[in-house]
Design a protein around this ligand. Structure first.
Ligand SMILES: *Cc1c(COP(=O)(O)O)cnc(C)c1O
Length: 395
């Protein structure tokens, strides 16, 4: 049996996979088991922001693995403290809780908001979320995910969750009340099709959260760690949340998640209230420290912003060239969506055949979330491959 047969035989079929098995990577390049080379503009879905086999991350993980992998949060952990400090000093944050994934970070943030609310009033437990959002697959995270397909057949869902339309202040005002404990939102909806929040919308969220004494939670699991050209996407908007969740790129591939909080939200979770066996372990936080040191190096984020604008410009040219197939480009930094007038699954498959890795989200949006270390030449190469693919669709 080869890997394809063995997977289908023994792994639960929760994914439809492409018949490709990558065995090695470097920077933006991946190599499959047949020795074929690919240009990666997906980065494991916005995870490998520093590219594959980044020397600083590899060194940190190898050194740590030789010394000690795990103890327990019953003891102090050097790299956990260091990573928490790095996150706080580079954001609005004052305190961090570490876990292992994005869904888990959101799960914890929802618990935090409920605890905050019910301490003020037992009826103050509602969470407001938005249509089109994606927050992960655990029960609370999937409940606040505003796309029916993710929760179908898993009911009953968590009570007390209300949905409003994204980027719609009137809709928000129709669901928020004194019973609202938290409002959870992605500054740029990722799985929903790379849809940025407007500045007015996030400002209104801040104002409404304050008015009703609810916690404002930004899910930056996908937008965080430099993806949008700022370290965190909220920094584009001049709006600070009370709570921010992180995961994906924080470990550049080593599983880690985090809840970042300030002010009244920072002191809610006390001993015994929330925990995680693996959360903040030596290996994951050591990787996280290496990542944070790289992305906060002078000039790194400016480069991301410039390369993002460069890629955006090239994608806009493609929209001009293929108006029958393509509609528009949206997103910030190196988190870009190319909206298609057709379903884009086949485009992704043809690109993969030609050695370019991208993906399709929300049915008709081609998503570009390459490693942030991508070069202009690699961007040119990726766009050239896509142009060849699109020629096949323009007829
Ligand atoms: C990927 C993602 C999640 C879920 O993260 P997991 O690590 O898969 O649990 C949550 N929120 C957003 C915005 C995401 O993009």
């Amino acid at each position: 049996m080869d890997v394809f047969e063995r997977t289908e035989r023994f792994v639960m079929k929760t994914y439809n996979r492409y018949p490709v098995c990558f065995v090695k990577g470097e920077g933006c390049r991946l190599y499959d088991s047949q020795g074929k080379e690919y240009l990666d503009m997906l980065a494991g879905i916005a995870v490998c922001n520093l590219g594959h086999a980044h020397p600083a991350v590899t060194r940190a993980v190898c050194e740590q693995a030789k010394e000690l992998l795990h103890v327990s949060n019953l003891f102090y952990i050097e790299s956990q403290a260091e990573l928490a400090e790095l996150i706080c000093k580079n954001s609005f944050g004052e305190k961090v809780f570490f876990c292992n994934s994005g869904a888990e970070a959101n799960e914890g943030a929802i618990k935090l908001a409920r605890r905050y609310g019910t301490q003020l009033d037992p009826e103050k437990y509602e969470i407001v979320a938005f249509k089109g959002s994606f927050h992960g697959r655990t029960m609370a995270a999937v409940t606040v995910t505003g796309q029916g397909k993710y929760s179908e057949g898993f009911g009953p869902m968590l009570p007390g969750v209300k949905f409003a339309n994204f980027n719609d202040v009137d809709s928000l005002l129709s669901v928020v009340s004194e019973r609202t404990a938290g409002i959870i939102v992605e500054p740029i909806q990722g799985e929903g099709g790379v849809v940025p929040a407007s500045r007015e919308f996030l400002r209104a969220l801040r104002e409404v959260a304050d008015r009703f004494n609810a916690l404002l939670i930004f899910d930056e699991v996908q937008t965080g760690i430099g993806r949008t050209g700022k370290l965190f996407a909220y920094q584009h908007y001049g709006v600070e949340p009370d709570v921010m969740t992180l995961a994906k790129a924080l470990g550049n591939g080593v599983p880690i998640g985090a809840i970042v909080a300030k002010g009244k939200a920072a002191e809610v979770l006390r001993p015994g209230l929330h925990a995680s066996t693996f959360g903040g372990n030596l290996l994951a936080t050591r990787a996280g420290v290496a990542v944070m040191k790289e992305v906060t190096k002078p000039g790194f984020l400016e480069e991301v912003e410039e390369k993002g604008n460069y890629l955006k410009g090239l994608l806009e040219e493609l929209v001009g060239e293929f108006p029958q197939v393509l509609e528009s480009v949206r997103g910030k930094g190196l988190m870009l969506g190319l909206v298609c007038k057709v379903g884009c699954k086949d485009i992704v498959k043809s690109a993969l055949d030609r050695g370019l890795i991208i993906n399709c989200t929300a049915g008709n949006v081609l998503r570009f979330v390459p490693p942030l270390v991508i070069s202009r030449e690699e961007i040119d190469e990726g766009v050239a491959i896509l142009r060849e693919v699109l020629k096949g669709y323009a007829g």
